[in-house]
Design a protein around this ligand. Structure first.
Ligand code: ASP
Length: 301
């Protein structure tokens, strides 16, 4: 068994996995590992779709979605449309650990974050300010969202610790130029992430408005419960999405899965999402080594 281990979405998942492995290999919990991994991406201004330096919504405001799930206790916490707070996954964890609720949204999520000591931060960078100005110049239709290689990609992370417990985290600034108040799949348990400590964990990235319509991460974990390998379960989840939402193909989705025994897998609708130069990749880490893989891809049937 490959214990402990970690898997994350996209090539920027590699440094996140390294941070998670440091914790896991010292005997730390999968919960601490996925939070730390998410923080690495949230703090990185070069990742323009997560946390600090994430692209803003149509009003020019960065609204963050994040969720964390702890398999050991089968519990979760989430924040949606959170503004001006640096590490949304850590606020999601506080929702899980310090309230009786699962999700806080908007201005009151921010109020909770500040009351809990969350870091009030201007999340814009020069790059995102310039991108927003260019966007405003080329469109007077803020509701129209087109995917391109800067305007989306979520970090989803699933980890298995040395004690055999699973956790997952999912954090994003969502689609650039989204309508204010739009919440994607990422903070929704069962859509952007899901963990069943007796089975496995999964997380998703891509067009969240579609992913949430098929509860993609829940389906992937249930696929593993039915005996599928992690790769088969991811392929099945993506195929289900394409079957139910046939027009979805152009905008893309991908998922990762980690089974309780350390087996792992992934699948995506296509090599890169529409108009996107970045290829779909996921990162896997075990025994102090992190590797990047691509595919497999599920064509629309
Ligand atoms: N799933 C994210 C959202 O819809 C975006 C992405 O992962 O590309 O907000």
């Amino acid at each position: 068994m490959n214990l402990p281990c970690v898997i994350a979405t996209w090539s920027f998942g590699a440094p996140a996995c390294r941070a998670a492995l440091e914790i896991l290999e010292e005997g730390g919990s999968s919960l601490d590992a996925v939070e730390r991994a998410a923080n690495v991406t949230e703090d990185d201004p070069d990742v323009t779709s997560v946390g600090y330096g994430g692209m803003p919504n149509a009003d020019g405001i960065v609204e963050l979605d994040a969720a964390i799930m702890d398999g050991r206790r089968h519990t979760a916490g989430a924040v949606a449309a959170l503004t001006g707070i640096r590490r949304p996954i850590s606020i999601a964890r506080l929702v899980m650990e310090r309230t009786r609720h699962c999700m806080l949204a908007g201005g009151n999520a921010r109020r909770f974050a500040l009351a809990q000591g969350g870091e009030d931060t201007d999340l814009h960078t020069d790059r995102t300010r310039a991108a927003y100005a260019a966007y405003r110049e080329r469109t007077d239709q803020p509701a129209v969202v087109h995917f391109d290689d800067e305007n989306h990609d979520t970090i989803g992370i699933c980890a298995l610790d040395a004690d055999g417990h699973l956790a997952a985290a999912c954090t994003t600034s969502g689609l650039a130029w989204k309508l204010p108040g739009r919440v994607g799949d990422s903070p929704i348990v069962g859509s952007g992430l899901y963990v069943d400590d007796e089975i496995g964990a999964a997380s998703a990235t891509g067009n969240g408005d579609e992913i949430m319509k098929v509860c993609l991460s829940y389906r992937v974990v249930m696929g593993m419960e039915r005996g599928m390998t992690p790769t088969e379960a991811c392929r099945d989840g993506i195929a289900y999405l394409l079957r139910k939402r046939p027009d979805h193909q152009a905008q893309g989705a991908a998922c990762i899965a980690l089974r309780k025994d350390g087996a792992w897998g992934a699948a995506a609708t296509q090599i890169g999402f529409d108009e996107m130069s970045r290829r779909w990749q996921h990162a896997y880490g075990a025994r102090s080594v992190v590797t990047l893989s691509e595919g497999p891809y599920v064509a629309r049937g």
